[in-house]
Design a binder for this molecule. Structure first.
Ligand code: FRU
Length: 424
């Protein structure tokens, strides 16, 4: 689980679903209408929340009725609004969206009269708790100052930037982020119809950054800054596409989730792949809800680990790419146990490392939380010593197939205890 601050915009999205994109100066009846909160960063955080990350939003929030609606909905998703700047004037930024049902395309007319989230509001935020700051490129002079400030305060925080469309002074932003997400519309607006040619050019603008370019039905491309190599992550065929609104925001959430779950390596392919897969799930459904569940179904087809990853008495921290932040797979007495890597004492991971969970006590092996030294019985997950005696680690259902350990479907039958699997 990571702590993520998103800096950008929250909108009211009024979505009309039609069965044919309207001609100019025509009239038709919408098939359905929905009102929801949107905005790129807000959408990205909403998806990240589903993966149990702690998320906070820094945006301008108005106090009109639509502004109140936005605040209520965002707070209900568990996103911390305290870094946002609340103003007593202006209308909530509003997007009037036409969703074409036959192909899922979304056409957006956006209106705003409220000011952008600015440097002064940013200066009031305590940035120290955050692992990752994700910016939308909006008012670029202010955004550049925010990025520069954040960079000067921390070298370890990941700074990512989304560039969706052309803005004045965009070039001021390029030298700061660790990661830049570009949209296809932006690349094409700069006359690049070849994603590789675009990334090669962008590498000159931001040589330090991992560059990720979404390319619609083709998937995404990413460039490794150390080598300049470009990797293609192909999309799988999705049919039918029902709603593309927020697909790019979902891809970004998927990449951030996967990166924070996997730890840092130079290889961003697994993270970009997860982002692309998650975006594929998104476009098959209306809205952004429950993407973690869909990703969870997909993750059940990927092994958590293999039996030979574990010694006879061993515990391994693994990071499945689904809603579960991290899992500890334990082998003891020829049996496998799996628990969520969340200490019941304060909700933090027992450790963020791969190993170091098992301790050898006179009465046998136990799991140990490195944060406050809580000890847990391997078989029951019960805390036997430390700050939270009697509380339990949460079990994770697993199954063994061949030499691989998988997440299992949740089944309640007692004879099929889902958290325990016999290993030979
Ligand atoms: C989708 C979206 C909508 C919002 C618009 C803002 O990516 O964030 O939710 O209305 O774009 O540009």
């Amino acid at each position: 689980m990571a702590t993520i601050l998103g800096i950008g915009i929250a909108t009211l999205d009024i979505i009309n679903e039609v069965n044919q994109y309207p001609a100019e100066d025509s009239e038709q009846r919408a098939l359905a209408q929905r009102k929801r909160t949107g905005g790129n960063v807000c959408n990205t955080l909403s998806v990240l929340r589903q993966f149990e990350h702690q998320c906070a939003l820094a945006a301008v929030l108005t106090s009109d009725a639509d502004g109140a609606f936005i605040q209520e909905k965002i707070a209900q998703r568990g996103i911390d609004l305290s870094p946002s700047h609340k103003i007593g004037f202006g209308h909530a930024p509003t997007s009037y969206i036409t969703l074409n049902r036959p192909n899922g395309s979304r056409t957006i007319v956006h209106y705003r009269d409220a000011p952008e989230f600015d440097l002064t509001a940013f200066l009031a935020i305590d940035l120290t708790p955050f692992d990752w700051l994700h910016f939308e490129a909006r008012h670029c002079m202010d955004t550049a100052a925010m990025l520069a400030l954040a960079r000067s305060m921390s070298k370890t925080q990941i700074l990512s930037l989304e560039i969706e469309k052309e803005r004045p002074h965009l070039e001021q932003l390029f030298s700061f982020p660790d990661v830049i997400f570009f949209s296809r519309a932006f690349a094409q607006n700069r006359d690049f119809n070849d994603p590789r040619a675009f990334l090669t050019a962008a590498h000159h603008w931001a040589p330090q950054a991992v560059l990720i370019l979404a390319w619609g039905a083709a998937g995404a491309y990413w460039l490794a800054p150390s080598s300049g190599r470009i990797h293609a992550i192909e999309s799988q065929t999705v049919d039918p596409v029902v709603d593309t609104l927020g697909a790019g925001d979902t891809l970004i959430a998927g990449v951030i989730h996967a990166r924070t779950s996997q730890g840092a390596t130079d290889d961003w392919s697994p993270a970009v792949t997860f982002g692309v897969r998650l975006a594929e799930q998104k476009i098959q459904q209306i809205g952004l809800d429950d993407l973690n569940t869909r990703a969870g179904q997909a993750a059940k087809t990927q092994p958590l680990c293999h039996l030979d990853d574990l010694g006879p008495a061993d515990a391994l921290g693994v990071r499945p790419l689904n809603g579960i932040p991290s899992v500890i797979v334990v082998r003891a007495h020829k049996t496998l146990y799996a628990y969520r890597n969340i200490c019941p004492h304060n909700g933090s991971p027992l450790s963020k490392t791969q190993r170091g969970y098992l301790i050898d006590k006179p009465e046998g092996f136990a799991l140990r939380c490195a944060v406050h030294n809580a000890h847990f019985d391997i078989e029951s997950g019960t805390c036997t010593q430390g700050p939270c005696p009697g509380t339990h680690l949460q079990t994770v259902p697993i199954r063994i197939a061949g030499d691989a350990v998988f997440l299992a479907p949740e089944v309640d039958e007692p004879e099929n205890n889902p958290s325990i699997a016999q290993s030979s």
